[in-house]
Design a protein around this ligand. Structure first.
Ligand code: B12
Length: 386
């Protein structure tokens, strides 16, 4: 990290990249990234006193220069491209950009990551401290976070096999075994995929392969990864440190049943909610139409969206039951309420759905507790007078 006075600060490229993403200008975005690499990769003395002429490339023959180029690549990935992507997410959530603009910006970010990989390739020659697989959980489309992590590890000397988005667990395990990977780095951004992540973790471990989990889905400080007995890293540098300690491969054994890590699953609440999901969604839609008469005039598309939203609510409820954490659901409801508010839809429209589910699941104490907590988030007590 640098302060504002550092001549190699990325503040200016950050603003330029954001502008290029907003204008969907891929050529400009890549030029900004290349320029930032060049600036960040300069030796401090050179950066302070000299102008390095454009077109002069640092090569791997110069060890110090190669080291600087790798460090610059890491900074550009984590301090320039990653924050831009996070800002894209915030802009979408605030309804400042459309889904199409968000897709376009992400495609450009992917191109920027590739530009860093190309530019830093000469600084890597001959170095490999080991081999790892980086993969998304089955069903996970957010491949860019995993890609960023993999690229940083590559810059730190690891040979990285990037498997990308939504990798079926059996294929992940087979691949990691075949390549004798020292670890699988598992990425997930969407909490509803946690049961699948758990399966991937225990299947890899059963095959004797250590797992390092990361990404927003694993919760604050990776609390759900730990629940599933995986190591967790908050970011790529953290992952590199953990990998450097050479995690001990677990002995090969049969994959664990989820209940072994999560004894609360014995109450069957998660299983029942998962199994009756379609019925729950159908009844909730009927109750929402009852409690929120505007929905009766919805177009087919609006109705489809409402069904998707209810399905997302039920899936998050099931996941909160899986990890036995009401916070997972209340965080999701707060997020949904913010998304709705930014689109001038009153968050209270979620209440009929929560109430319907609470009635349908009245015999499931953990589910009722979670839904009640979420209701409390949407209906905070009135502020005391004065
Ligand atoms: C781009 C994007 C997409 C793209 C993904 C394209 C791609 N190729 O990656 C598309 C359009 C496909 C998409 C789809 C969806 N998305 Co989206 N998406 C995003 C967005 C804007 C950027 C993701 C990103 O690249 N982030 C940048 C990286 C750098 O941040 P990061 O994820 O935190 O990763 C860092 C660390 O967490 C860590 N890390 C990550 N993985 C790992 C792994 C290991 C091993 C380690 C050590 C570390 C590590 O290192 C990373 C680098 O520093 C985010 C917003 C955001 N804030 O991230 C939303 C976001 C993640 N998406 C969201 C949602 C809801 C969805 C959809 C459900 C939308 C929908 N209704 O269809 C779908 C889900 C599809 C699915 N099944 O996966 C929400 C999730 C909210 C939530 N709590 O669930 C977010 C947060 C948007 C928002 N602002 O609300 N999305």
């Amino acid at each position: 990290m640098t302060d504002g006075k550092d001549v190699r600060s990325l503040a200016e490229p950050r603003a330029q990249l954001w502008q290029a993403l907003g204008e969907c200008d891929e050529t400009r975005a890549v030029a900004v990234v290349r320029g930032a690499l060049h600036t960040a990769g300069r030796a401090p003395a050179a950066a302070e006193h000299q102008q390095v002429p454009a077109g002069v490339h640092l090569t791997a023959q110069d060890t110090a220069a190669a080291g600087r180029l790798r460090a610059a690549g890491e900074r550009v990935l984590l301090e320039l491209i990653a924050p831009a992507q996070e800002r894209v997410g915030l802009a979408w959530a605030a309804d400042d950009i459309t889904v199409a603009q968000e897709h376009a910006a992400t495609a450009i970010s992917e191109r920027c990551v590739a530009a860093v990989a190309d530019a830093t390739a000469p600084a890597l020659a001959g170095r490999s401290v080991g081999r790892v697989v980086v993969s998304c959980v089955d069903g996970e489309w957010h491949s860019l976070p995993a890609r960023l992590v993999g690229e940083v590890l590559r810059l730190r000397g690891w040979r990285v096999d990037q498997l990308g988005a939504q990798v079926p667990t059996e294929h992940l395990v087979a691949y990691a075994r075949r390549t004798r990977a020292q670890a699988v780095l598992l990425s997930s951004s969407i909490p509803t995929l946690l049961p699948g992540a758990h399966n991937a973790i225990s299947s890899c471990q059963a095959a004797g392969i250590p797992v390092l989990a990361g990404g927003a889905a694993f919760g604050p400080q990776g609390r759900y990864a730990r629940l599933m007995r995986a190591e967790w890293a908050k970011d790529a540098p953290d992952a590199a440190t953990l990998l450097g300690r050479r995690p001990t491969p677990p002995g090969a054994h049969a994959a664990r049943l989820p209940d072994l890590d999560l004894p609360h699953l014995a109450d069957q609440e998660y299983t029942m909610v998962r199994r009756t999901r379609l019925q729950l969604v159908k009844q909730t839609l009927a109750d929402v139409e009852e409690g929120f008469p505007e929905t009766r005039h919805y177009s087919e598309r609006q109705l489809e969206r409402t069904v998707e939203d209810i399905d997302f609510i039920v899936s998050h409820l099931a996941t909160a039951l899986y990890v036995d954490d009401p916070d997972l659901f209340t965080t999701f409801i707060t997020w949904t309420a913010d998304i709705l508010a930014a689109r001038d839809i009153p968050p209270r429209c979620l209440l009929p759905a929560l109430d319907s589910l609470r009635t349908q699941l009245k015999d499931f104490p953990r589910a009722v507790g979670i839904l009640t907590a979420a209701r409390g988030v949407l209906t905070p007590p009135p502020a005391p007078p004065g």
